[in-house]
Design a protein around this ligand. Structure first.
Ligand code: PMP
Length: 402
């Protein structure tokens, strides 16, 4: 008789599996374009100067538990960062808690909404961050995918988005990425965002914004929050609106990947208090991990709360986003020169990732023949490029696309 817990070994997570293959590769020219973590011009992890300064000031910080909802100072600063002036005067309509970065913000939102809003379906973009699907499937809500990206035009599939969401029913959920869409690097324009916001309101759909790249995408924290703020204004302006959530991550824009800093904000229409719902979010936290981690939130609140550090942080965001833009430009120019083909999409996409359009076979050849690692979808992390490896990568891509 077999033991119920003797289970088949599941296949490895694609991205983490590739990363261990990369580590094991001994080729001197190997290049990793896999992970969504920033690398500086020498290919090394970068501690933001603003974060470094804040850490020095936190040397004597104690190690007590935070409360279930996290640090109140952090929560207020996080809320101000994402909503800007839109949130002022709507204290009771927005319920916020600190979370274990973006992942648990997504998961807590899904757990809560599945139970309370009882949607028929959740609509996630195709493609999207791999965890959206697993997180929502774990709640038992039926997961539907809406076409987000057209590989022929290499742009947003606006007609596909609108047609799919038009099939949704009231209180169904729509997951939207706030900016710098992972994995495509392609975002909606402001006029497209307006159309989607109108459709969601008309059909009474509840939006879950996933905001993992605010400020990191373009260097402009307000510009990167435009869509979230536009949708939020709509929710707060009406009485008949299901509301929205924002799952906010500080991993990329503070370079605090391992510290797990994030927040979840629930926005309800102007006649509905969010205090009860916030209490339920806290009950979920209590049973899942009791309270969120302290140190990363202390760093973020120190930086956002201090004028000098805040200005330094905005400078750090420019450093990261500019380096990425320069690499995009050099990749495009190099590829166009060597292949005589159009690679403009590599430059116009924004954020950490580029959907190159490389096929699975080309991706395999890059790995086997050139020791260059990227996801089978053709997604590269632009942060993995630098002056030391870009010529090599350009040459390899032109060889496999010949
Ligand atoms: N959402 C998106 C779209 C992401 O790309 C990521 C990170 N890759 C996350 C959420 C979550 O990251 P974290 O848990 O580190 O905040």
């Amino acid at each position: 008789e077999t033991h119920l817990l003797e289970l088949p070994i599941p296949s490895e997570d694609i991205a983490f599996g590739l990363m261990s293959d990369f580590e094991a590769d001994t080729h001197p020219n190997k290049v990793s374009l896999i992970a969504g973590t920033y690398r500086d011009e020498n290919g090394k992890p970068w501690i933001l100067p603003s974060v470094k300064m804040a850490k020095e000031q936190l040397r004597d910080e104690n190690h007590e538990y935070l409360g279930i909802a996290g640090s109140p100072t952090f929560i207020n600063l996080a809320k101000e960062l994402i909503f800007g002036p839109v949130a002022s005067g709507s204290q009771d309509n927005i319920g916020s808690i600190q979370t274990v970065s973006g992942t648990s913000a997504n998961h807590i939102a899904a757990t809560f909404l599945a139970d309370r809003l009882r949607p028929n379906r959740v609509f996630i973009p195709s493609p999207t961050w791999i965890n959206h699907k697993s997180i929502w499937e774990s709640t038992g809500v039926t997961v539907a995918e809406y076409p987000y990206y057209s590989s022929s035009t290499k742009e947003v599939d606006m007609a596909g988005i609108m047609d799919s969401l038009d099939q949704a029913e009231p209180n169904d959920i729509v997951v939207l990425q706030a900016c710098a869409h992972n994995p495509t690097g392609v975002d909606l324009s402001t006029s497209q965002w307006r159309q989607v916001a109108d459709l969601c309101h008309r059909r009474m759909l509840f939006v879950v914004f996933d905001s993992a790249y605010q400020g990191f995408a373009t260097g402009d924290v307000d510009g990167d929050a435009w869509a979230v703020r536009h949708f939020t204004e709509k929710v707060l302006a009406f009485e008949n609106h299901p509301g929205l959530c924002v799952a906010q991550s500080f991993s990329k824009n503070f370079g605090l990947y391992g510290e797990r800093v994030g927040a979840l904000h629930l926005v309800l229409p102007r006649n509905v208090s969010a205090l009860g719902a916030r209490g339920e979010l806290m009950a979920i936290v209590r049973r899942e991990y009791s309270n969120p981690p302290r140190f990363g939130a202390s760093i973020v609140q120190k930086v956002l709360g201090d004028c000098g550090l805040r200005v330094q942080w905005e400078d750090d965001l420019s450093t990261m986003s500019l380096r990425i833009k320069i690499m995009r430009c050099e990749l495009r120019r190099g590829l166009e020169k060597e292949t005589q083909q159009d690679w403009s999409h590599v430059e116009t996409q924004i954020g950490m990732f580029s959907y190159t359009g490389l096929t699975k076979e080309q991706v395999s050849r890059l790995r086997d023949e050139f020791h260059i690692y990227l996801l089978p979808s053709g997604r590269i992390s632009v942060c993995g490029l630098n002056e030391g490896n870009i010529q090599y990568v350009v040459h390899a891509i032109s060889e496999v696309t010949k």
